[in-house]
Design a protein around this ligand. Structure first.
Ligand SMILES: O=P(O)(O)O[C@@H]1[C@@H](OP(=O)(O)O)[C@H](OP(=O)(O)O)[C@H](O)[C@H](OP(=O)(O)O)[C@H]1OP(=O)(O)O
Ligand SMILES: Nc1ncnc2c1ncn2[C@@H]1O[C@H](COP(=O)(O)OP(=O)(O)OP(=O)(O)O)[C@@H](O)[C@H]1O
Length: 330
């Protein structure tokens, strides 16, 4: 059986709960725009917005001071009114808006410097810190493995239907064409992922699974390869049977019928959000069947500002005019 987490998005309101100033944060990961922390408090109450249960099942997503970034309140407004309603709630990572004391942000910025000095922060992320003027943060369901027998599979499905501006005789999808243009590297084809055909989905999933056992994973089979085969079957089975891929494909088709060389109406920006979201699949390796929880995250608002409109048009023109869509996939 396939399981999904039950999720809710609380509406934006003025009185979002304020994170206690003595909250302990542990750096987990970061992307270009946000840093993700685990939460802990020795004095957490047994109920309320920051109860010990809430703290142990959620992560906090704090925004970095990027000049192009939107304030979290505006982003939350967008996700709760526009992006989340596009999806069945069972597919979404539960997300709440909370307020953060400035002292917490300042303290964590000092810690980031220490992490850098210790070599515990990726070099490419050095020099960019948390936005201390930001009043809000996102409290998100933690999709990490909770036991040594769970695995988190994280991926961006990207353009799961062909770009409407691609040439009629295209032999590559938009994502494969762009990958070829960027670095010629190998990767999964999103059209395989959304094909509904087991063999094609398996081919794509192969690229998404960890090559080594994840940290803390408990091997029950002789080798990771054997575990990986089991993991692959679970993920393929989920993608064949869940509404995830048909939903993504349906949205991308409906929201952007013209592609980046078209008029770029409102739906286009939402389509770009859907084309850049992240999927978290938490897989229970010992579930007799299924055991996959799905959470869609990173549904950030896209804007034409800051050169993005030109980037999208130029990228598409470059792919079309450079013949990247027509090059053979082999
Ligand atoms: O242009 P793409 O398709 O490479 O997607 C960009 C992503 O690259 P990748 O997923 O690695 O291929 C890119 O991801 P990374 O920074 O490479 O992790 C961003 O998500 C970017 O969006 P934004 O400018 O931050 O709003 C993404 O830009 P857009 O989705 O706005 O095009
Ligand atoms: N709900 C979650 N559960 C588990 N891990 C998560 C969760 N949200 C984020 N992460 C981890 O933190 C990383 C960075 O988070 P996120 O993608 O939100 O950052 P970002 O800065 O918005 O990324 P981008 O580079 O796409 O802008 C993710 O790649 C993932 O490994």
């Amino acid at each position: 059986m396939t399981t999904t987490i039950t999720t809710v998005t609380k509406p934006v309101e003025e009185n979002s709960p304020l994170l206690p100033a003595d909250i302990e944060l542990t750096y987990l990961a970061e992307g270009a725009a946000n840093i993700i922390y685990r939460l802990q408090s020795p004095t957490a109450p047994s109920s309320g917005p920051f109860s010990s249960t809430v703290l142990s099942t959620r992560l906090i997503r704090l925004r970095k001071a990027l000049p192009s970034a939107q304030p979290n309140k505006a982003t939350f407004n967008y996700i709760s009114h526009t992006a989340f309603p596009l999806f069945p709630s069972s597919l979404l990572v539960s997300t709440e808006l909370v307020r953060v004391p400035r002292a917490v942000l300042e303290r964590e910025n000092a810690r980031l410097l220490s992490l850098e000095a210790l070599g515990a922060r990726s070099k490419k992320r050095h020099g960019l810190y948390l936005e201390t003027m930001e009043e809000y943060a996102f409290l998100v369901a933690d999709m990490s493995a909770r036991t040594g027998r769970e695995v988190l599979v994280e991926f961006k499905p990207k353009w799961v239907v062909q770009s409407p501006s691609a040439p009629q005789d295209a032999r590559r999808c938009r994502t494969c064409a762009l990958r070829l243009k960027k670095d010629g590297g190998r990767g999964f084809c999103p059209l395989d992922l959304a094909s509904g055909e087991a063999a094609r989905i398996r081919r794509a999933v192969d690229y998404l699974l960890p090559q080594k056992p994840p940290k803390g994973f408990e091997l029950r089979e002789l080798t990771w390869e054997l575990e990986k085969t089991k993991l692959e079957e679970k993920v393929v089975d989920f993608l064949m049977n869940s509404e995830l891929m048909p939903t993504l494909a349906g949205l991308q088709t409906r929201l952007d019928p013209q592609g980046p060389l078209g008029e770029m109406k409102k739906g286009f920006l939402d389509a770009m959000t859907v084309r850049d979201l992240t999927v978290f699949l938490r897989v229970d390796m010992d579930a007799p069947s299924g055991g996959v929880e799905c959470g869609i995250g990173d549904l950030d608002m896209k804007s034409k500002e800051n050169g993005k409109e030109a980037y999208w048009r130029d990228t598409e023109r470059g792919l079309v005019e450079g013949g990247f869509y027509e090059l053979d996939s082999s």
